[in-house]
Ligand binder design. Sequence first.
Ligand code: MN
Length: 243
Amino acid sequence: MSSLFVSDLHLSHERRDKVDLFVKILARVQEQKISLYILGDLFDLWLGDDDDAYPNKEIVEALGNASRDGASIYVALGNRDFLFREVFKRKTGARVLDDYTVIELNSEKTLLTHGDLLCTRDIAYQKFRRVVRNPLFSAFFLALPLKWRKKIGGKTREKTQNSTQMKTNSIMDVDHQTVLSVMGKYDTSLLIHGHTHRPGTHVFELNNAPARRIVLGDWYSQGLMLLCSDDGEKSLTAEEFLA
Ligand code: MN
């Protein structure tokens, strides 16, 4: 049984080639009954389950087809698409993961998360996150007309992009102490996340034992994914996976 991990696809109408690529991947996932873990920011911006504009509807349908045909699909909430609600879950058949979720991967306890919670040195972002992830705030936002949400969403994205450019590289990355404490808390030796768009594998020591942190890449450029099968894990591009 194989598991495929992807993150930060940031699908939008601006990048139709990536939408097509992901739909092809879903067809393969469906065919081979692979467990697919989407670790956040599948969409560049999700403003509510009632937004059927391209590529939302297309992706939701493709996810639904794959799960109805027996593939297991798990979705973590990213900072761009944390507003998935019941309609999304029903139509896609996807299971939404908790902020931190522990799974067993080749009998190794593995922690999954989007990754934004680990960037604890970005205090301004963590404050912003607490506000927008507050259930009352989200409920209020989702009750606004879609047109307004699009306006606010677009403005917020612009603002975030501007402030991101001002922040140093180290603020934007995960905090190693936070990684150690969270992995320790959940008693895991492997952590898989995205969000930082800095793909790679980091090996370190945790409670006198080797531990690993695998960072998935984004789909703006490289489109790296992680495939885990009985004979271990390997990083590969979407094209390599389809080949
Ligand atoms: Mn993110």
